[in-house]
Design a binder for this molecule. Structure first.
Ligand code: ZN
Length: 266
């Protein structure tokens, strides 16, 4: 198994596969392994809680209602993760080799080139934007006999307005009339990017009187902020980081844990 990145729509079924008997290695980048651990454990806990709630209130047609998988299954899946580095071929056995390259998108995300039987197949995974404030640019793919390309937003152009400027405009307009801006955000990647942009705006002197709160059981993990070089924030705690954080290094090593999310935001 090869995992391109840790978003739940990519790693979320692994514990179920393990529960059904899959015992193979799961190759992924080191940062993806760190993130996938958090996301799979969180998903398992939610499913256990949902099953318990359904049984307590008796609204499931199943007796008893069971989770798709539990924390024990997630722990076993985590134990099968095999972190690998970027840019070097990894032996997959049976004459196949895989090379991971930066995809941008979220921490640890990779495109994966698989060579086997004289052919090259490239899986794009989810690709990030160029010039993203936090993640590295996607690396170009030199050649492939077959290219499997994810294309959630492949049919549209991104807004040419810089995200920080769009954010500043909305917040200033809303706060000027006494309003409050609520931003639903994916906890992995998008929450850290928002905090980075807000911190940068405040560091540049914009939004001087605006207080920022981050309310998320996972995105407030201080390790998640250190991953994304976001300012120090915590749930219901006043945002107090006027300095613009530095750009993070490329995701080449195991890193502190960022927070989790349930889908791919771009
Ligand atoms: Zn994704």
């Amino acid at each position: 198994m090869i995992l391109t990145h840790a978003h739940l729509d990519h790693c979320g079924y692994l514990p179920k596969l393990v529960r059904e008997g899959f015992r193979g290695d799961i190759f992924c980048s080191a940062a993806t392994a760190d993130l996938a651990e958090i996301i799979m454990m969180d998903s398992a806990k939610i499913q256990e809680n949902d099953a318990e709630f359904a049984n307590r209130h008796g609204f499931s047609k199943h007796t008893p209602a069971l989770p798709l998988y539990g924390r024990h299954d997630a722990e076993r899946a985590i134990g099968q993760l095999r972190p690998v580095g970027f840019g070097k071929p990894v032996d997959l056995g049976h004459g196949a080799a895989a090379t991971f390259r930066y995809a941008g998108h979220i921490l640890g995300a990779a495109t994966v080139e698989v060579r086997w039987g004289g052919k090259t197949v490239v899986f794009s995974g989810d690709l990030g934007r160029y010039d993203d404030p936090i993640t590295p640019d996607p690396e170009p793919i030199a050649n492939a006999d077959y290219l499997l390309l994810e294309s959630t937003y492949g049919d549209r152009h991104h807004d040419p307005v810089a995200p920080a400027e769009a954010l500043r405009s909305v917040i200033e307009r809303t706060t000027a009339r006494g309003g409050t801006v609520i931003i639903p955000a994916f906890a992995v990647g998008r929450a850290q990017e928002l905090l980075y942009l807000l911190s940068k705006l405040k560091g540049d002197g914009a939004l001087p009187l605006t207080l920022v709160y981050l309310d998320s059981p996972m995105a407030t993990d201080p390790r998640s902020c250190s991953v994304a070089t976001a300012p120090t924030t915590s749930c219901r705690r006043r945002f107090a980081a006027p300095r613009a954080p530095s750009r993070p290094t490329r995701a080449t090593s195991r890193s502190p844990r960022p927070s989790a999310t349930t889908a791919c935001p771009r």
